[in-house]
Write a protein that binds this ligand. Structure first.
Ligand code: DP6
Length: 330
């Protein structure tokens, strides 16, 4: 019997990954940059025991049925790690808890799959490098590839499994950016990112977006290095809108925003006109990340939480990579 627990944080992409060159290996069409978010966290305990007769998965207090997509995704990742460790057929119990609503566009698969990978690898006695952990995490969820490293993370898209992994380009202490996360709905989104990626190339805007991506990556790195919040925010927002334009023009169209999403966007723009520096970004979903600086955080929170369509606010800041914890969930 061996048991390990890991905590990993989710992230928000600043320059987003959309579309895959290789679906099975999750090789992305483009590089991406994110900040890992301390405040959107998943804790996962994995126990392997030769007496178990099947894998068991509990997510947020509920047992996950073996025919569900979530269960199959977890088992597939356990299989990759079991194979690496030469322990095929050794079943596991997995218990995982999120500090935020899952499957609502807040990248819970990123923190979830990174935490699962770190906990399972440790429980199996695997000694993996950071690069290997990023690669293994990527195989389960693209976002997890960045969550596996922490800070300001650059996922180098690559062309092969070996060359597609993330690096921390600036650590979490480099620049104190705050993320006021606005939950306008905690209902599960109708389409997962994994499904959405498949239709990326069907948008007439996909190719033009790809053409400009490497320049955006270069520019964003520079703005982060210089801590130029205005240029940083304008670029992040522009990439978000370009990404959603690809979604809107995909076949079938992916219209993910809800009325509350627009209300938050309008308020962020209004605050900026008043000199309160904040910028929005939205992943595959409807909930909004309002990025700001520490001196504006309280005001941004106050302004956004009083909007009629806002359900709740979560505060996050730039966080580190996954950690192994001594305390287990069971
Ligand atoms: C819009 O990583 O959730 O958030 O690789 O299929 O697990 P899979 O998809 P996922 O896609 C993330 C899409 C995005 C952009 C980003 O995080 O870079």
């Amino acid at each position: 019997m061996s048991k390990s627990t890991a905590k990993a944080s989710s992230d928000t992409a600043l320059i987003k990954y959309w579309g895959k060159k290789n679906e099975e290996l999750r090789i992305p069409e483009n590089d991406s940059i994110s900040i890992v978010l301390d405040g959107l966290d998943t804790v996962t305990t994995v126990e392997f025991d030769e007496h178990f007769t099947q894998d068991e998965v509990m997510l947020d207090e509920a047992k996950i049925g073996s025919s569900s997509v979530e269960y199959k995704r977890v088992v597939k990742q356990l299989d990759r790690l079991r194979k690496k460790a030469g322990k095929n057929g050794l079943f596991a119990k997995v218990v995982s808890k999120n500090s935020f609503p899952r499957a609502t566009g807040l990248s819970s698969s990123g923190s979830g799959m990174a935490a699962l990978t770190f906990a399972a690898a440790k429980a199996l006695g695997l000694e993996l490098t950071q690069k290997e952990l990023s690669i293994f995490s990527r195989l389960a969820s693209g976002t997890a590839c960045r969550c596996a490293v922490g800070g300001f993370a650059h996922w180098m898209g690559g062309d092969t499994s070996e060359t597609s992994f993330s690096k921390t380009i600036f650590d979490k202490n480099h620049w104190d950016i705050r993320d006021v996360i606005v939950v306008v709905s905690d209902q599960k989104k109708k389409i997962t990112s994994t499904q959405g990626h498949k239709s990326a190339q069907s948008s007439s805007l996909f190719k033009p977006r790809q053409k400009g991506i490497n320049q955006k990556i270069k520019d964003l790195k520079k703005y982060i290095a210089e801590k130029d919040f205005k240029k940083f925010g304008e670029l992040v927002e522009a990439d978000c809108l370009e990404f959603h334009s690809v979604l809107l023009t995909s076949k079938p169209p992916l219209v993910l925003w809800q009325p509350g999403t627009i209300q938050v966007i309008n308020e962020v723009q209004q605050m900026r006109e008043e000199g309160i520096e904040c910028y929005f970004t939205i992943n595959t979903g409807f909930n909004v990340h309002a990025l700001t600086l520490p001196e504006y955080e309280a005001e941004v929170k106050k302004r956004l939480e009083r909007l009629s369509l806002v359900k709740s606010i979560i505060l996050a800041k730039v966080g580190g990579g996954p950690k192994i914890l001594d305390e287990h969930l069971f």
